[in-house]
Design a binder for this molecule. Structure first.
Ligand code: HEC
Length: 130
């Protein structure tokens, strides 16, 4: 009984390990955290703390420190829309957002996990034809 109940988690772990395309930094953990990282318990606070000081729909151009208009990360919809670029700029060895640094390695690992396990599935669901 117990062993059977645990098996899916193990398979998920193996799938995650094999699914990595390599070249990336350490895999940020499997997607079986309980409860999972969410916008409410992680993402909103991360984005507000580290990104929305420049990337907010509330900020007009002169107050954005050069952050492009439209790249707004103060809502979940904005994060979903920009997930590819957030991943490219804020996760891994080449991460250069925020420009002055700030998030710890631990926070970046959580960001990577949240993007991969929660945000990307939502993003992909929106891309599917009706
Ligand atoms: C101090 C201001 C500032 C903060 C804080 C900041 N950014 Fe930026 N961001 C910029 C500027 C300036 C640019 C435009 C220049 C560039 O692309 O490097 C930019 C551009 C971007 C872009 C669009 C360019 C692309 O590569 O597609 C993304 C996405 C982005 N930032 C993500 C983030 C994320 C995620 C965070 C938080 C982890 C963050 N930024 C925090 C200033 C900031």
């Amino acid at each position: 009984m117990r062993v059977g109940a645990r098996l899916p988690g193990v398979l998920l772990l193996m799938a995650a390990a094999c699914g990595d395309t390599g070249g990336d930094t350490a895999a940020p953990g499997d997607c079986d955290r309980d409860p999972p990282l969410s916008y409410d318990n992680f993402g909103q606070q991360f984005m507000d703390t580290h990104c929305a000081g420049c990337h907010s729909s509330l900020l007009p151009e002169p107050l954005r420190n050069g952050a492009p208009l439209g790249v707004d990360l103060d809502t979940y919809a904005g994060v979903v829309q920009w997930v590819d670029r957030i991943e490219a700029r804020s996760v891994g060895d080449d991460a250069d957002m925020p420009p002055g640094g700030g998030p710890s390695d631990e926070e970046r690992a959580r960001l990577a996990e949240w993007l991969r396990c929660a945000v990307r599935p939502d993003h992909d669901a929106l891309q599917e034809p009706p």
